[in-house]
Write a protein that binds this ligand. Structure first.
Ligand SMILES: NC(=O)C1=CN([C@@H]2O[C@H](COP(=O)(O)OP(=O)(O)OC[C@H]3O[C@@H](n4cnc5c(N)ncnc54)[C@H](O)[C@@H]3O)[C@@H](O)[C@H]2O)C=CC1
Ligand SMILES: CC(=O)C(C)=O
Length: 258
């Protein structure tokens, strides 16, 4: 069987890196795509040290539509095809709605929402051209299920990603393409550090107390491990998930129930 090819955006660190590691271990060719060329190269080189010639790194800003289309073209030129596209890259912006800086809000929507939109478009066009289906998985969030104070722009972008994913799933099903999302709760990455630090600053508490207060909300009593999120994504791109589409799956250790 031909080796499958996966693109993961934001794979230079955090959740994206864990997804890249899992898919490489599952015999995918892995395109490690990130705005940070140093971390992307490092992750890719580490993967190649374990699984020879399994990975290449690509540097782009997912907010730029042309760059996302070039990414798909370059990966297809390098690996021959595309099977999986993970729209993982995302940023946060923590502030009161009334004080939110319009440039920061626009940048957040450009990266989180438009970046995901361009990723779906570019991947779907390639999948349709190939004619044998494909898997798109988007990073949503617990913040896509319930808005939190100080997370207006972030939460709105993640709700929008769920809506976009549902529309895409309906349009693309006819081509055998599934579109799903993962909704993590609390995962200890640099993004989460920023959220806790900035939230604590605005609430006039400490980052440690802020983090404790969110962890206290988790029924299972601890944040998610990176591997636990990557396991869900591995499942969503696997043959076992072929009958799941348009879904956004909460993986939060029991913070919200629906
Ligand atoms: N950490 C958490 O608790 C949660 C994270 N998420 C989502 O999971 C995804 C990954 O988050 P983390 O790993 O925590 O973040 P992170 O900040 O640790 O890593 C994000 C990666 O994306 C890259 N990136 C940022 N902007 C980019 C752009 N414009 N183009 C290309 N690459 C870009 C960064 O360089 C970085 O390598 C994000 O979409 C985030 O919103 C969702 C729920 C919870
Ligand atoms: C970063 C994020 O999405 C949450 C819910 O913490």
């Amino acid at each position: 069987m031909t080796q499958k090819v996966a693109i993961i955006t934001g794979a230079g660190r955090g959740i994206g890196k864990a997804i890249a590691e899992h898919l490489a271990a599952e015999n995918y060719f892995v395109a490690v795509a990130d705005i940070d060329g140093v971390t992307a190269k490092y992750v890719s080189e580490r993967l190649n040290a374990i699984f020879p010639q399994v990975s290449r790194h690509y540097v782009l800003d997912v907010a730029e539509r042309e760059a996302v289309f070039n990414l798909v073209d370059n990966v297809v030129a390098d690996f021959g095809r595309l099977d999986v596209f993970i729209n993982n890259a995302g940023i946060a912006y923590i502030n009161n709605l009334v004080d939110s800086d319009p440039d920061k809000v626009e940048r957040l929507f450009d990266v989180n929402l438009k970046g995901t939109f361009w990723g779906i478009q570019a991947a779907a066009k390639q999948f349709i051209k190939q004619g044998d289906g494909g898997r798109i998985v988007n990073a949503a969030s617990l913040a896509a299920v319930e808005g939190s104070a100080l997370q207006g722009a972030y939460s709105a972008s993640k709700f929008a990603i769920r809506g976009l994913g549902q529309s895409a799933a309906k349009e693309l099903a006819q081509y055998g393409i599934t579109v799903n999302a993962y909704d993590p709760g609390i995962v200890l990455t640099p993004l989460r550090d920023y959220i806790d630090q900035r939230t604590a600053q605005i609430k006039n508490t400490t980052p440690t107390d802020q983090r404790k207060s969110v962890i206290d909300e988790i029924a299972l009593g601890r944040p998610a491990k990176l591997d636990e999120i990557a396991d869900l994504v591995s499942f969503l791109v696997s043959n076992k998930a072929k009958y799941i589409t348009g879904q956004s799956i909460l993986i939060d250790g029991g913070m919200r129930f629906h």
